[in-house]
Design a protein around this ligand. Sequence first.
Ligand SMILES: Cc1cc2nc3c(=O)[nH]c(=O)nc-3n(C[C@H](O)[C@H](O)[C@H](O)COP(=O)(O)OP(=O)(O)OC[C@H]3O[C@@H](n4cnc5c(N)ncnc54)[C@H](O)[C@@H]3O)c2cc1C
Length: 362
Amino acid sequence: MTEVIVIGGGVIGLSIARELSKSGIETIVLEKNDRAGDVTSSRNSGVIHAGIYYPEDYLKTKLCIEGNTLIYKYAEEKKINHKKYGKYIIATEKSEEANLDKILKQGKKNNIFIDRANPEKVYENNPGLTFYKALYSPNSGVIDVPEYVTALEGDIQHYGGLISLRTSFLGAKNNKNGFLVDCESDDLFSLDCKYLINCSGLSNEQTLKNIKNFPRNKIYRNYFAKGHYFKYSGKAPFSNLIYPVSGNHSLGIHVGFDLAGGMRFGPDVEFVNKIDYKFNESLKEKFIKSISRYWPELNPDKLHPDYTGIRPKITKPNESMRDFSIETEKQHGIKNLINLQGIESPGLTSSLAIGKYVKSLI
Ligand SMILES: Cc1cc2nc3c(=O)[nH]c(=O)nc-3n(C[C@H](O)[C@H](O)[C@H](O)COP(=O)(O)OP(=O)(O)OC[C@H]3O[C@@H](n4cnc5c(N)ncnc54)[C@H](O)[C@@H]3O)c2cc1C
């Protein structure tokens, strides 16, 4: 018997478990893999977003802005490698200007610091960049995600929580204590808990089908939107994150960094039917074309396959962005079950704020 079971040891499950354990709530995280944070949480850009793009009344906006402050503070406290690079959002031609203005307007509505960039400053720090107009967001940065995951795990253990690796959630049904949860590690076993929190990311749909009486019409279908990253060998000419004006499902093939200063480009976006992280090298031409629009001096020979990630979307390719879905009994009718779906970007940035938010729901 435990008070809370969290399904999934990605940054979301870990942040929630950290927050609950810290408050003295007995919490167990079930993670099916050998290591925590090994799925979407380690297949992303590692960018700490500022909360510019999303509508002002979205939970996503609130949690991203709060999460931005919390994650920088946490990184400082725990000495996690991170850097506030600052970010330029660029229009490469006049036809994109309206889009840039829209982003600026939304950023201002969201009450975050964003402004028109001084072109001289952009060129000075990013020689070779070609653009028509740009916006500057100083609070965007990068965090070392494996170090972040390790810090969260350390805190959970420090506060008396437990992360059970190589342990799959098989199913749950209501009982007098709350839930009876069936698990599989080396053996099959069951646990009782009062609260059940689902943050199983890309597997959410299947997880919910295994919770008895969870209403089928409350399960969002998962759509998998794959993204590829190419790394750039050689010295990075840019000192800031560079994002072309965004599309509907991604923030464009942008310039990002690892914390050793290495530069990489991506991710693109392609909806796929199954979870498969295979790298499609034939995308190189598409990347070259896209990057050359803002960096004509790109040397294609220095562009090499890096890794892929899959966004846990709850929207179809032709649908517009949806908010994070964090639902309780009020929405799905099952007491003491908190269900998180569609925690795509900026989930990493928002993770500590999501932890606090979920605690407030309990
Ligand atoms: C290409 C890409 C780029 C991104 N870039 C950024 C960015 O720059 N900044 C940002 O803020 N966000 C970014 N994101 C979003 C961010 O990575 C996610 O929001 C975040 O990692 C989601 O974490 P999670 O814990 O929900 O999911 P996951 O990390 O997928 O964790 C879910 C866990 O549940 C486990 N699990 C599943 N089923 C079971 C089961 N039955 N039993 C036990 N365990 C189970 C899995 O093994 C997994 O470890 C990006 C995402 C992608 C794909």
